[in-house]
Design a protein around this ligand. Structure first.
Ligand code: GLN
Length: 493
């Protein structure tokens, strides 16, 4: 039999329906691939083979009964940030040691309701804070890609590094991920995969460990645009348990794929040409512009003048919300408890031991910017900047722009334990320069692979759309994918 893990979700869906193989065989193929690769890549923090096989057997029964759901028998990996009933859910933090929720997140419940199979939980930066997956309590994830002729280990990006690596290395057919400032799009770009952060409110946040509640959104990482469209359709819903989820029907995103881009206006924001950006990124951007022109779109230059304030404002808003959200981890309610001489000491010991360095840094920044006397100068001002960033996009869309094309990241994947980045956290934060604006404005953004750099590493382009117009992004990203082709890492693990 051909290697079943090579199939896309769309291909596997068709062949399961045709009864070419069973969901159990497909699941076993992925479990075998995980067993062979996870020691090297560290993409999964827990694998759930028994549950997977049980779900696959149930899928086979539904297929036999003609009752297959939209994702029937499709094996998925789940970011460790999503609550999965009775299964490891620790946001890859020490402070949630042993936490197994008694409930299921809405997004994962939607996936299981459509027949998907859970393979296990995926590695990530602790509490989704990071751009390299190096802040995980479970150690770094290795990117399945390596520079040509080199054997240096590269990061898969973050915070959804496990999701991106698992998808790129065929250790799942697709994965859930979350994006607060770029955590779906940046790892997708670093691994040659497709990742979409939908509009804020499109997916329910219920049962997803909160980082920065006004920015957090769930979305899929997949091997191609069609698979991302299929996954988002199942993940998205209106949910009474999340008051920020939006009461709008979920379109059949797959229907949007194909066709000409005639009549579409694509904006190119001049402020995304940042200092020190490698020539290759500029060249990739120009290639993207040419492809979209060829597909029939009109290209227009636009200005998003407040772009330069997005990153500093994000690093006030996100830590502020995080410091408040993470106050609940006190050693009383969940996970780790380190005893102290009294209750206050117990809180302190638990938090000192349970949180990693990056999480502590965020909590301290967040507490500082929210404290009396600083609130107006930092937090309130950052919120005002946020409004201005949103207004920049609104102005462009009002002028007739349908989507905005930018690079996804300012570079290709960098090395694990990069000394320069370790020494200066702000350098690490710069990875998000093209992605955070989208979270600040609550807009949808998709990263799609567009080429390889000089050393053979994948690079991605980003498309930014109007609220709840994910279909436009899928359609446009599909045109890029058709022109650019697909990219697969050479297997070394
Ligand atoms: N890299 C960004 C951060 O560290 C974004 C993370 C995310 O989107 N979850 O905050």
């Amino acid at each position: 039999m051909t290697d079943l893990t090579r199939l896309t979700i769309a291909e596997a869906r068709a062949r399961l329906a045709a009864k070419d193989f069973t969901a159990l065989e497909l699941t076993d193929a992925y479990l075998g691939a995980i067993e062979a690769a996870n020691g090297a890549l560290n993409a999964y923090v827990t694998v759930t083979p028994e549950q997977a096989r049980k779900m696959a057997v149930a899928s086979d029964a539904r297929i036999a009964d003609g009752k297959a759901g939209a994702l029937e028998g499709i094996p998925l990996g789940i970011k460790d940030l999503f609550a999965t009933e009775g299964v490891h859910t620790q946001a890859c933090s020490h402070i949630l040691d042993g936490f197994k929720p008694r409930y299921e997140s809405t997004v994962t419940a939607n996936l299981w309701a459509d027949g998907a199979v859970m393979l296990g939980k995926l590695n990530m930066d602790e509490f989704a804070m990071g751009s390299s997956n190096e802040s995980s309590y479970y150690g770094p994830v290795k990117n399945p890609w390596r520079a040509e002729g080199a054997n240096r280990d590269l990061v898969p990006g973050g915070s959804s590094g496990g999701s991106a690596a698992a998808v790129a290395a065929h250790l799942c057919a697709g994965a859930t991920a979350t994006d607060t400032g770029g955590s779906i799009r940046q790892p997708a770009a670093f691994t040659g995969t497709v990742g979409i952060k939908p509009t804020y409110g499109r997916c329910s946040r219920w049962g997803i460990v909160a980082f920065a509640s006004s920015l957090d959104q769930a979305g899929p990482i997949a091997r191609d645009v069609r698979d991302a469209a299929i996954l988002l359709k199942s993940m998205a819903s209106t949910d009474a348990k999340d008051t920020t989820s939006v009461d709008l029907p979920v379109p059949d995103y797959e229907q949007a794929l194909g066709g000409s881009l005639k009549g579409m206006k694509i904006g190119i924001p001049r402020e995304y040409r940042v200092d020190g950006m490698p020539d290759e990124i500029e060249a990739l951007w120009q290639k993207g512009i040419a492809w979209l022109k060829d597909a029939g779109a009109e290209i227009v230059d636009i200005s998003l003048p407040h772009t330069k304030y997005a990153l500093p404002a994000y690093y006030i808003v996100a830590p502020a919300e995080a410091s408040s959200n993470l106050a609940r981890y006190d050693g009383v309610r969940y996970g780790l408890r380190v005893d102290g001489k009294d209750i206050a000491d117990m809180y302190e010991q638990t938090r000192a031991e349970g949180f990693g360095q990056e999480v502590k840094r965020r909590i301290m920044i967040g507490t500082y910017v929210l404290s009396a006397g600083y609130y107006d100068a930092y937090y309130l001002r950052a919120q005002k900047v946020r409004t201005l960033i949103k207004r920049d996009f609104e102005t462009a869309f009002h002028a007739g722009v349908d989507a905005i094309l930018t690079p996804a990241t300012p570079s290709s994947a960098f090395g694990i334990a990069d000394q320069e980045l370790a020494a200066d956290p702000v350098k690490m934060y710069l990875n998000d320069v093209f992605t955070v604006t989208v979270n600040m404005a609550g807009l949808p953004g998709i990263a799609v692979p567009a080429g390889l750099d000089a050393s053979g590493l994948p690079l991605g382009l980003q498309l930014i759309g109007k609220p709840f117009e994910e279909e436009t992004l899928f359609k446009t990203a599909y045109a890029i994918e058709q022109a650019a082709g697909r990219f697969e890492p050479k297997r070394w693990w």
